[in-house]
Design a protein around this ligand. Structure first.
Ligand code: SAM
Length: 270
């Protein structure tokens, strides 16, 4: 079988010099930081990070690119190239104990959501401080959307309960070689899990968010009915601040957390 059409791991390499500087600058002072780079490719960002970071660990799935970078950075002892799948990598094992790391990456777009969930878990474990990530513009818009706008949904709520999000800048396809079909946006995340402040347990609130955002066209009430909450339980627990016909998409995290806490106190009928 020919290898010609084998999918190549979302490889669109950044060729815009201003953009690669802006991405690395967005991480701020990294002179005493451990930085994890996801998908270094040919090293467009890596070569700027190497002289700035105290320690740089770059995770690349593609064997030939990992070999190319290992050779390129062979004389820079603060740089480690790891060949492997980021999603199969235990990030904790890469970060010196008792410290936090920063993450940077022009992400392989086909696994953006999985990488984000992995980073949120590491953020909750207190392993990460901030991340500068490039992703497809539409996905970035969904992560950073506010309640009430059409892009707001499960991805925004999940992101914003784990991190503060800054939408930094957008690049056209021509910034890459080969050019992707989509525009790309760079976001900065500051990992700041809000579970304690919202008085919710992380795993339970995660599941609750999945239930209430399950069907966009349904009201919050009807999504909870579909998730097998009985009407009496919902009536007894419903906070006065949430209109009966509200959709989850129109509500901030605080009222959603209030509803979650109230439901947790009521026996749940089926
Ligand atoms: C969009 S390219 C970015 C390359 C380079 N950072 C740049 O800006 O030019 C994504 C990179 O992620 C790598 N990659 C894809 N899937 C990966 C995975 N599961 N784990 C680690 N790296 C991956 C690809 O091989 C590719 O080098």
């Amino acid at each position: 079988m020919s290898n010609k059409r084998k999918p190549k791991f979302g490889q669109n390499f950044l060729v815009d010099d201003n953009a690669r500087h802006a991405i690395v600058d967005a991480l701020g002072d990294i002179s005493n930081r451990t930085v994890l780079e996801i998908g270094p490719g040919h090293g467009a960002i890596t070569s700027l990070l190497a002289p700035r970071a105290q320690r740089l660990i770059a995770l690349e799935l593609d064997h030939s690119l990992a070999a190319e970078l290992t050779f390129k950075f062979r004389d820079q002892p603060n740089v480690t190239i790891v060949q492997g799948d980021v999603l199969e990598t235990d990030l904790a094992a890469l970060i010196p104990e008792g410290t936090t790391a920063d993450v940077i990456g022009n992400l392989p777009y086909y696994i953006t959501s999985d990488i984000l969930l992995q980073l949120f878990a590491a953020g909750r474990a207190g392993l990460l401080n901030r991340a500068v990530l490039m992703m497809q513009r539409e996905v970035a818009d969904r992560l950073s959307a506010s309640p009430g706008v059409k892009e707001y949904g499960l991805l925004a709520a999940t992101t914003q309960v784990n991190a503060e999000v800054d939408n930094l800048f957008t690049l056209p396809p021509s910034a890459f070689n080969p050019p992707p079909d989509v525009f790309s946006t760079v976001l900065r995340l500051h990992f700041a899990p809000r579970f304690e402040e919202l008085q919710v347990d992380p795993a339970g609130f995660d599941s609750f968010l999945k239930q209430i955002f399950a069907q966009k066209r349904k009201t919050l009430h009807n999504n909870l009915r579909a998730a097998s909450y009985d009407p009496e339980t919902l009536a007894a627990a419903w906070p006065a601040e949430i209109p009966p016909q509200a959709r989850a998409e129109s509500l901030a995290l605080e009222p959603l957390a209030a509803l979650y806490r109230a439901l947790a106190q009521h026996p749940r009928g089926l």
